[in-house]
Design a binder for this molecule. Structure first.
Ligand code: ATP
Length: 210
């Protein structure tokens, strides 16, 4: 079974499982039932069983799953042993926070290059990461074989920067701007609108909270 054969919905849950199994591993736990796992990761146990069956990891009735063998398997599927370099575009407040965020601690990702237009920070090292001027974006992405970028520029700059990144061969964009980006079909965009998320949460608390 390779990552391509796994349904998208299942693939999206893999990092959740992986993170929790790591925690179990660190606390010295060797096995877990699908019911326990369901409670911990908030995914129902039938879904977990179906997800795991795609990997041929069939839990034994009354025994559950072996934590270590699942971890080894997920590590391989998620390519955790392979470090993926990611670029960050827009080193403002949020950009700085993300540069300081330790993605690598429980993942396979690190920000290895940043881009900005501000003369005060370009051609310098910010939080351990080199900041390149925006006109170098496409070239550097190609040169450094970076296929994923995090977008933390102001909204008005988002589409133009995206076009440059696409020209540089980018395949995935984690978009922190509220803009809906236009990209070719083979480029994936994952939108993270923090303001929207927070407002949704507040709305639910105000309207449906106890
Ligand atoms: P944040 O929105 O992350 O809190 P901020 O308020 O500090 O950031 P913004 O004006 O949103 O600042 O800009 C974020 C960063 O994007 C800044 O470092 C800015 O220099 C940079 N930036 C602005 N325009 C562009 C552009 N066209 N290309 C690349 N970077 C840009």
């Amino acid at each position: 079974m390779t990552a391509e054969n796994i349904p998208r919905a299942t693939a999206k849950r893999l990092p959740i499982y992986y993170r929790y199994l790591n925690i179990l591993h660190d606390t010295g736990k060797h096995r877990i039932s699908s019911t326990e796992l369901a409670e911990a990761v908030q995914v129902d146990s039938a879904t977990i069983r179906r997800d795991f069956s795609y990997f041929g990891a069939l839990g034994k009735r009354g025994y559950g799953y072996e934590v270590d063998s699942l971890l080894t398997f997920f590590k391989q599927i998620l390519n955790q042993e392979h470090l993926t370099n990611v670029a960050l575009i827009g080193v403002g407040n949020l950009g700085h926070a993300l540069l300081n965020f330790n993605f690598h601690k429980d993942g396979n990702v690190r920000i290895s290059a940043a881009f900005d237009i501000d003369d005060h920070i370009v051609n310098k090292i910010e939080d351990g990461v080199p900041v390149y001027p925006i006109p170098e974006l496409a070239h550097q992405l190609q040169e450094q074989q970076i296929q994923v970028v995090i977008l933390t520029v102001p909204s008005k700059a988002a589409q133009a920067v995206t076009d440059d990144a696409v020209a540089g061969g980018v395949k995935g964009i984690l978009n922190f701007t509220p803009i809906r980006l236009s990209v070719p079909d083979d480029v994936l965009v994952q939108n993270v609108d923090l303001t929207n998320e927070l407002q949704t949460l507040i709305y639910f608390i105000e309207n449906f909270g106890k």
